[in-house]
Design a protein around this ligand. Sequence first.
Ligand SMILES: Nc1ncnc2c1ncn2[C@@H]1O[C@H](COP(=O)(O)OP(=O)(O)OP(=O)(O)O)[C@@H](O)[C@H]1O
Length: 513
Amino acid sequence: MSPTARVERDPVVNIVGLSKTFGTHRVLDNVGMTIHAGEVHGLLGENGSGKSTLIKVLAGFHEPDPGSSLQVRGRDIALPISAGGFRELGISFVHQDLALVPDLSVVENLRVGQVVAGSSPWISWRRERDYAKDLFATYGIDIDPAEPVSALSATEKALLALMRAVDELDDRRTLLVLDEPTVFLPREGTDLLFSVVRNIIADRKAAVLFVSHDLDEVLTHTDRVTILRDGKPQGTHSTSSLDTESLIELIVGSAVADERHNAPRDFNGVAALARVRELSCDRVNSVDLSVHPGEIVGITGIAGSGYDDVLPALYGASRADGGELSVGEHTLALVSVSPIESLEAGVVYIPPDRKVEGSAPELSVADNVTLPVLSRLVRPRHLKTVAMRIAETCDVRPRDPSATYGSLSGGNQQKALFGKWLQLDPRLILLAEPTQGVDVGARARIFELLRATADGGAAIMVASSDYEQLAVLCDRVLVMANGDIVTELTGSDIAKRTISDTVLSSTREVVNV
Ligand SMILES: Nc1ncnc2c1ncn2[C@@H]1O[C@H](COP(=O)(O)OP(=O)(O)OP(=O)(O)O)[C@@H](O)[C@H]1O
């Protein structure tokens, strides 16, 4: 559903002169923003520009600097907001990690907080299931309340987290804060999520604050945007007055070099560096593919097509039922391969959920990025040097290897992890959604790094549902449908529109067979 063309002026949340300083670092500097009822308001900015810090002030997690003020529905609110005080203000949050418990059922995740806070010592789960069904039906959501959360798709999980946020607020509903919940969703999942979001705010009582680095998503789904640059506000703009270029200029402060790399290259006649034979796993039927040295190969499809199951199975991060991967002189049996064996063969895998799977937040940046080389390097002085080199190569900000890794902004954590694996000079790099949560400037930097790594002789595979990214990065794109590779795109077919059309038509063909 497209954004509403015009939002009536009914300010529900008004932020004035908001500043926040950590030590000597002022990360929010006199930020002002007004959010109107009935609108989806984007909050944008480069990695480290202060978006999460602002949200954490609304959550009562951070105390802002003196002089900051906040009004909710015209009422002055004392700052800092007390622990849990955001609920009384009608504010709730859906964070990137969604905060669901996978082993509990849908209804337990939805209702446990409310039920425990209620006065009755008895819980009628039957009644709670009926309640959940009614709530889902109100928004046209078809999820079985009795199902374990672990069995839900990524889109269903995001919808459940959204419903929980709605349910928590009930009639007090003022502001739903969506802090990058779409990062792990396929495109059609994001569209579905926003059709529900539009339903939620259709009565124009509440508003949505949406944080995302995906500019297409922002242009499609928001009514207005407020932009932060280095903690300083760059104004609030009506989305309809913006296009990708003007948005980038506002975010970065200058135009970003055109992402398009030279034409996709042809590797015909070059011997493959990596070969996959008959890989089968959960949603993948006997798949064969090869990647040449210097080549970047994309793999895509709709959710459930199997495209996102291939890379973890090749690395041993998830179970394969059969198949073989050869990289140079190494041959790995995929049914039993472990990540350690893969690393020894020069294969690295960078998963999509890097915060959960790839790091130790309480350790320093230096410890995190040098973990793979600790056995080679023992002197702390050297660790710092290596960490600093990685920070410079990958533009990790701030350049402080001793900072706690968890204190870096999300996108800077990703750049650091990227550097960590690239330093091993891998031969085959398996990347899932490489620029998820990464700002537009850093994205260009990561593309350059990948291109340079491929030019150095590595073979790279990228699994992604971001067709724009695949078009910019790849020499060849494999499209999967129903567990099979159904189309291989090369040359001038490596374009966003062609990839997107091919995914849709291949999927339709397979469904109609
Ligand atoms: N607890 C903290 N202590 C010290 N510095 C912090 C802390 N939390 C955040 N920062 C710093 O504040 C700045 C803003 O970080 P923030 O997480 O708000 O950025 P962001 O815009 O949300 O970035 P991203 O898009 O990468 O998520 C960063 O330089 C970060 O390192």
